[in-house]
Ligand binder design. Structure first.
Ligand code: AFP
Length: 360
């Protein structure tokens, strides 16, 4: 089919006609982001042939060893998005501080936050990785000072667009501009993302959950309770069997949930008291929460909706529980019951003897 499907540019122009807030800068900025993702897809797909696998030899602000592709993907975003005149500044997982738009380019009205290559531990073993992005309005300022990191610290509910690219068996772009969630597949022959998944919705019910079970001993009690009940399957209070998945790439997990439902948990844990969770609020949790919310799902810390959390720092970490609405609501209820001491049966030592891996 040569001309049947809507490409991402046509989609954005049609969205502009419906939503005046999109006119001009925002859709052009999204086109620049799309170009960054195409460039990254090219590098990821060539892998060893392009000599881009392996460690870069540097440690990022998170204390994690950077992969070569982490650095290249970060450069792709900066290169494609800095000159268009739509942005005032960018920030990413791979940069300790914000990146104000260089003075040779015009300064725009938006801020871009991104994780250039999420799940990068999967790169060297040729499994799915992705890029995640979030667009915020740059607060107006009376003088001409460049933006500061404080300008980025806006709750997720203020995002104007969010999305991800998934570099999997096919490359997909999933996007929301606040009017539903739309999925596009990269047609490599014509170099275009074509609309293949209009108006994605997450089913409210599911029998599938995703969690890194090796952290079980560090989980908070409401999460232990939930997972234990899922594992008990039809013999327990849930009365049905559950399936479990873990890809170690949030983009791939969220994408699976958009396609067939499910719940994803990277909860608060006691592994490292300095870190209240593994995932980063600004460029992982918030954009994914907007997508999930726009698709009819729910994203929570367990105690609060992620989109309502007021950020306190650029690289802040946060507990994340997201996906099928009824399961996330159940997890929120378990958190409330725990806080109120209403989960007594689950506090008994007998309850906590149920583990994922027993050697009896
Ligand atoms: P990176 O962005 O550093 O590659 O981390 C990926 C990630 O933040 C997220 O995509 C996964 O859900 C999670 O880490 C995997 O963590 P585990 O190492 O605990 O499996």
């Amino acid at each position: 089919m040569l001309c049947g499907r809507t490409n991402v540019n046509k989609f954005l122009i049609e969205e502009q006609r419906r939503n005046p807030a999109l006119i001009g800068d925002l859709s052009m900025l999204i086109s620049d982001i799309v170009r960054s993702c195409k460039a990254i897809a090219q590098g990821v797909s060539r892998g060893s042939l392009a000599g881009v696998l392996g460690d870069e030899g540097q440690v990022n602000v998170q204390g994690e060893v950077q992969k070569k592709l982490d650095v290249l993907a970060n450069q792709a975003f900066l290169h494609h998005c800095e000159w268009g005149g739509h942005l005032a500044a960018m920030a990413s997982e791979e940069m300790a501080d914000i990146y104000p738009i260089p003075t040779e380019h015009p300064r725009g009205r938006y801020l871009l936050v991104f994780d250039p290559l999420d799940g990068s531990s999967n790169i060297d073993v040729n499994l799915s990785v992705g890029s995640i992005f979030s667009v915020l309005r740059c607060p107006e300022r009376a003088d001409d000072r460049p933006p500061s990191s404080a300008d980025f610290l806006q709750p997720g509910s203020r995002q104007v667009a969010a999305g991800y690219a998934l570099y999997g068996p096919s490359t997909m772009l999933v996007l929301t501009v606040g009017n539903g969630v739309f999925g596009f597949t990269l047609n490599r022959e014509i170099g275009e993302f074509l609309l293949t998944h209009p108006n994605l919705r997450i089913s409210p019910e599911t029998r599938e959950f995703a969690i890194n079970a090796s952290n079980e001993r560090f989980w908070e009690p409401p999460v232990k309770r939930y997972v234990s009940e899922c594992l008990a399957g039809r013999t327990g209070i849930r009365g049905q069997d559950f399936n479990m998945r873990w890809v170690a790439s949030m983009v791939a997990e969220v994408h699976r949930i958009l396609m067939r439902g499910g719940v994803f948990l990277y909860p608060r844990d006691s592994k490292d008291p300095a870190k209240p969770g593994r995932l980063r609020l600004m460029y992982e949790a918030n954009p994914m929460a907007m997508i999930v919310d726009q698709a009819g799902g729910l994203a929570s810390t367990g105690d609060a909706h992620i989109l309502d959390v007021q950020p306190t720092s650029l690289h802040q970490r946060i507990p994340v529980i997201l996906g099928s609405r009824h399961e996330v609501e159940r997890l929120e209820r378990y958190h409330r019951e725990h806080a109120n001491g209403e989960d007594q049966p689950f506090r008994s030592p007998l309850f906590s003897t149920r583990t994922l891996f027993r050697d009896d």
